[in-house]
Write a protein of this length. Structure first.
Length: 511
């Protein structure tokens, strides 16, 4: 266990020199995420929410502890073999780090250095646990048999020294990492967002019903959902950030920095984002006010034409600094909707967790085909030529957001009093809007809910129905109709391959 702690601490120190994402826990964890079946990933998101990464990392540490115990038992009998086993685990970490999409040869260094030092520490410590031997009779000084006692004091001293040095290495590694990331933190703190040339319309009076238990119309940054594969949140210095636009049909490749974007026409829009992993009634949807520039303008300046106008590329592949690839239809970005390269969220620079310094936001599409965070590269290609990260894992190439609705209050298994009970929630169908919401009780007739004032067709809409509740057990259901007149289906399907469907229901008991 001490040798295992030594490996992680020294590796963390080395990762501070290379980059935090190259640490063995992050590297192995990312490799696990890449190879996790969609059903398992959905289970993790459903049961652990935004803590799924923390649970994964904890699981890796528990497994490492168990393997450390096993290797330690092996080393007591076969000292050199035990140390060799530590090196094998270092090799696994190194291969995982280098094998990541954004991996580089230097990323192997933390795992290799950590394993080498830990192998030496294990060899040293086990040596102190080996019984001392009498002198060999060949030398005329004894029979060469063990005394039967190990060097207890020597082991305690060596173990304490190893643990202390490891703790120091880990502490120094964290300090160095913080120092390296301080520049990115400062760049975000110092960023002054420009006033939008095209400001978002004021939120209409009555768009937020302000009902207890109902999601607010604008989701605060701290409460906005986060679903991604980054075990270590990238911290990119705004001054060093660059975005490259290139590929099929790009007549004039473009490279821009953040300050280049800040000098362009800045737009501000209210847009609701939704994750394809959101089950019926789930929490992975939120509404925010985004600040950025129109992506379509940049593409046109690069000479890009949408397929409807003869352009050869039908897919934008956006690449993140963490290696994620996201494929977005060119037509959707250039059809006039407010597809953005966003650098502001709810009046402040993007939080690191949500993509600072720049991310994509495309209304009407699920995040896995539109909302690339920490974006660094845009390549124009075709859906036939390239499958993005999630498409390789059985999700659909294109995924427009489905018409959905959710009951926020009363909560499941609540016990409201008999009488008038407000049943309220949100409904969304980005880029189509919501025209009607209906609620029914115990499978009875549908009742039309009162809609809050509409902001834009790219935002969700609150609703409420005053339920004359009577005593007993009841099941409430909700469905929405979008701006095209299409009503949300009641057929229940899972999230794979392009989003869940079905009516959200809540069971309550009225005493």
């Amino acid at each position: 266990m001490i040798a295992g702690f030594c490996a992680l601490a020294v590796a963390e120190l080395a990762a501070a020199v290379v980059r935090p994402e190259a640490g063995p826990v992050a590297a192995v964890g990312s490799a696990v995420v890449d190879r996790t079946p969609s059903a398992v990933r959905d289970f993790a998101v459903r049961n652990f929410g935004t803590d799924d990464k923390r649970v994964l990392q904890l699981g890796i540490l528990v497994l490492l502890a168990l393997f450390a115990l096993g290797i330690g038992m092996l080393a007591l009998r076969h000292r050199r073999l035990g140390s060799a086993a530590v090196l094998v685990f270092g090799l696994v970490g190194a291969v995982s780090a280098v094998g990541r999409p954004e991996g580089a040869p230097a990323d192997a260094l933390p795992s290799v250095v950590g394993a080498a030092v830990a192998a030496g520490a294990l060899y040293l410590l086990v040596g102190r646990l080996t019984p001392a031997h009498r002198p060999s009779p060949a030398a005329g000084e004894g029979n060469g048999e063990p005394y039967g006692a190990f060097d207890r004091r020597g082991f305690v001293v060596a173990a304490t020294a190893t643990a202390a040095v490891s703790a120091g290495a880990g502490f120094l590694g964290r300090r160095l990492t913080s120092s390296v990331q301080a520049g990115a933190t400062a760049s975000r703190h110092d960023l002054i967002l420009p006033a939008p040339r095209s400001a978002a319309p004021a939120v209409p009076a009555g768009a937020d019903l302000r009902i207890r238990g109902l999601s607010p119309f604008i989701t605060p940054n701290k409460d906005f959902y986060r679903v991604d594969t980054a075990l270590v949140v990238p911290r990119v210095d705004a001054g060093a950030w660059r975005l490259r636009i290139h590929g099929k049909g790009v007549a004039r490749p473009v490279t821009v920095g953040l300050h280049d974007l800040l000098r362009r026409e800045v737009v501000e829009r209210d847009i609701t984002l939704a994750c394809v992993s959101n089950e019926v009634g789930g929490p992975y949807v939120g509404n925010a006010r985004w600040l950025g520039v129109r992506l379509a303008d940049l593409l046109r300046e690069a000479g890009v034409r949408p397929p409807s106008k003869g352009g050869p590329a039908d897919q934008i592949v956006a690449r993140s600094v963490d290696g994620m690839t996201i494929g977005t239809p060119v037509e959707a970005v250039m059809d006039g909707r407010d597809a953005m390269l966003a650098f502001g969220m709810n009046g402040e620079p993007l939080p690191f967790e949500h993509g600072f310094p720049v991310r994509m936001v495309v209304p009407g599409l699920y995040g896995y085909v539109s909302a690339c965070k920490w974006i660094k590269d845009i390549e124009l290609t075709t859906f036939d030529a390239y499958d993005a990260y999630w498409v390789e894992r059985s999700w659909s190439q294109q995924a427009p957001v489905k018409t959905e609705s959710r009951i926020d209050t009363p909560r499941p298994f609540a016990s409201p009093k008999a009488g008038t009970v407000p049943v309220a929630g949100v409904a969304w169908a980005q880029h189509r809007g919501i025209s009607r919401v209906e609620v029914r009780v115990n499978g009875g007739e549908w009742h039309t809910a009162r809609l809050a004032a509409a902001d834009t067709r790219d935002t969700w809409r609150q609703w409420v129905w005053e339920w004359p509740a009577t005593s007993g057990d009841h099941t409430l259901e909700v469905r929405a109709t979008d701006g095209t007149g299409a009503t949300q289906t009641g057929v229940r399907v899972g999230t794979v391959p392009d989003g869940a469907t079905g009516w959200h229901s809540v069971a309550v008991h009225v005493p």
